[in-house]
Design a protein around this ligand. Structure first.
Ligand code: MD6
Ligand code: FE
Length: 220
């Protein structure tokens, strides 16, 4: 007779479930990028050596507290005229740095793990947070093809992700995202309002006082 001992074990607090469903079409893959973390951060440094982090201005004239850059065929930018994806970095007036192969592979693998096989991102927005930085509730709706999901990778300091609903007024739930966690969302969740609560003070072994977030998109 055989039986599987592991079926009988209680949940281990040091080894929590690998994935959680946030809502239909949306999943958190816990620790999915943790192993690649240091390499991903090294690649972020290379990208930002070519296209530096900067604080964009919203169409309303406010300076965003998140610093941003991009890599890939197109990058997300904001200025007084609105939001758009642009093949050229307005700051350097050159194309954005190429998307590192490691980024592309990770994004494709995470999408597939969440049920979105064949994801082919053409843009990666890179957000940098310091303690106190926040990102107010918004929808990601500047992409032409809303059938493709978004893959979001958290690195460095943990953050509280605000996960709302399809209406701006829907009260968000709070989801802690730690170094290496990956959120994938699409389908019925694609236009959910979301944001990041003000980042708490902290010191991460790989990033110090920073949180870095990568969001991979198919913009057209
Ligand atoms: C962040 N993320 O985690 C901000 N948007 O720093 C986003 O705004 C976001 O994580 C669309 C899809 C996934 C995301
Ligand atoms: Fe977003």
């Amino acid at each position: 007779m055989t039986f599987d001992l592991f079926d009988a074990l209680p949940p281990d607090p040091d080894d929590p479930p690998r994935s959680e469903v946030l809502a239909p079409g949306a999943m958190v893959l816990r620790g999915f990028a943790r192993e690649a973390g240091a390499e991903l951060l090294a690649a972020v440094s290379e990208v930002s050596a070519g296209s530096p982090f900067r604080h964009l201005i919203t169409p309303g004239g406010l300076r965003m507290s998140v610093a941003m850059t991009n890599c890939g065929e197109r990058g997300w930018v904001s200025d007084r005229t609105g939001y758009r994806y642009d093949a050229v970095d307005p700051e350097t007036e050159r194309p954005w740095p190429a998307m590192p192969q490691l980024f592309r592979t990770l994004a494709e693998d995470a999408a597939a793990a969440a049920g979105y096989a064949g994801f082919a991102p053409d843009a990666c927005l890179i957000n940098r947070y310091l303690p106190g930085t926040r990102l107010s509730l918004h929808q990601d709706r500047d992409e032409l093809d809303l059938r493709a999901p978004i893959v979001s990778v958290s690195l460095g300091l943990p953050a509280v992700f605000l996960w709302g609903g399809l209406r701006r007024a829907d009260r968000p739930t709070r989801v802690r995202l730690a170094h290496g966690d990956v959120v994938v969302w699409g389908g019925p969740s694609r236009l959910v309002f979301h944001g990041i609560a003000p980042l708490a003070e902290g010191d991460h072994a790989l990033t110090g006082r920073e949180r870095i977030n990568l969001t991979f998109r198919k913009t057209r």
